[in-house]
Design a protein around this ligand. Structure first.
Ligand code: LHQ
Length: 263
């Protein structure tokens, strides 16, 4: 039997998901979308899994859409790429943003096209120093998708977003970190250990509180200060009723480390 195109491993509260089509630099075909959905279902449903780590097998992280799957034969009707986005990529990006658990991305190699924006949709992005990010879409006549035109200007500002999206040049991991596109670039050999350490730390954190933080930060882009203050009030009300908040305060007063349960 051939190996699954997406692998799921469970380790101390972390769902480690590995894109696994290394000979295609983990480019997406429909099977990979399906398998990734299945892994995210499992991570979402299991209360013992309190953080997700996403990475790629081999020398690439993800080269975006498998272009071999979307060729246009001479004289044939062009494919409806909008349908591909509507049914496969958009639900994936929405799901990662709305997932009520933190998602760490370990970008182990090149992240191109939808693969780059998949990484940007994660909560904390670490990249190996040898990794790179390419908004490859313009090289083949397409528009950055999977949230690219939303993430890029917000993360790096309009001038750099335009440069990246219109030129399609490779951005090194270190530049990406210096520009604020990602959290940190780390030595190649340290990437997985660092990412796993971070994911484990997040898996021991107050999961519900972190989910509310994600929600507040996402909402902030569309809100003015008044609306955001109202939202913070509402979310804090919810956070203040969690068991983890109670434990956090108790542990602080008792001068001991907290034991959060994610509830
Ligand atoms: C690939 C791919 C690939 C197939 C490497 N497909 N085989 C959404 C909705 C619907 C349709 C359209 O698109 C989208 C969103 C998108 O993601 S559009 C953007 C799609 N991605 C790209 O345009 C990137 C294409 N890849 C590249 O430009 C290069 O491969 C990069 C710069 C990522 C890496 O370059 P190298 O390190 O030189 O590796 P390579 O090019 O030699 O690739 C290694 C193998 O992987 C090679 O196969 P082979 O059999 O010759 O060894 C490539 O053909 C294959 N591969 N990306 N997207």
């Amino acid at each position: 039997m051939s190996e699954a195109v997406v692998l799921l491993a469970r380790d101390r509260g972390v769902a480690e998901i590995t894109l696994n089509r290394p000979d295609k630099l983990n480019a997406f075909n429909e099977e990979m979308h399906r398998e990734l959905r299945r892994c995210l279902d499992a991570a979402e449903a299991d209360p013992e899994l309190r953080a997700v780590l996403l990475t790629g097998a081999g020398r690439g992280f993800c080269a975006g859409q498998d272009l071999g799957d979307r060729t246009v034969a001479e004289g044939a009707e062009p494919p409806d790429l909008g349908h591909t986005l509507e049914t496969l990529y958009n639900p994936l990006i929405r799901r990662l943003r709305r997932l009520e658990k933190p998602v760490v991305c370990a970008v182990n190699g090149v992240a191109a096209g939808a693969g780059a924006n998949l990484a940007l949709a994660c909560d904390i992005v670490l990249a190996a120093r040898s990794a790179s990010f390419i908004q490859a879409f313009c090289r083949i006549g397409l528009v950055p998708d999977s949230g690219g035109t939303w993430f890029l200007p917000r993360l790096v500002g309009d001038a750099r977003a335009r440069g990246l999206a219109l030129l399609g040049e490779k951005l090194s991991a270190e530049e990406a970190a210096a520009w604020g596109l990602i959290w940190r670039a780390v030595p190649d050999e340290a990437l997985l250990d660092e990412a796993r350490g971070l994911a484990r730390r997040l898996a021991e954190a107050p999961t519900r509180g972190l989910a509310l933080v994600k929600r507040a930060l996402d909402a902030s882009w569309a809100n003015d200060l008044d609306a955001q203050l109202d939202l913070e009030r509402d979310l804090q009300r919810v956070a203040g009723r969690t068991e983890d908040y109670r434990e956090g305060v108790r542990a602080f007063l008792e001068k001991r480390p907290p034991r959060f349960r994610g509830r």
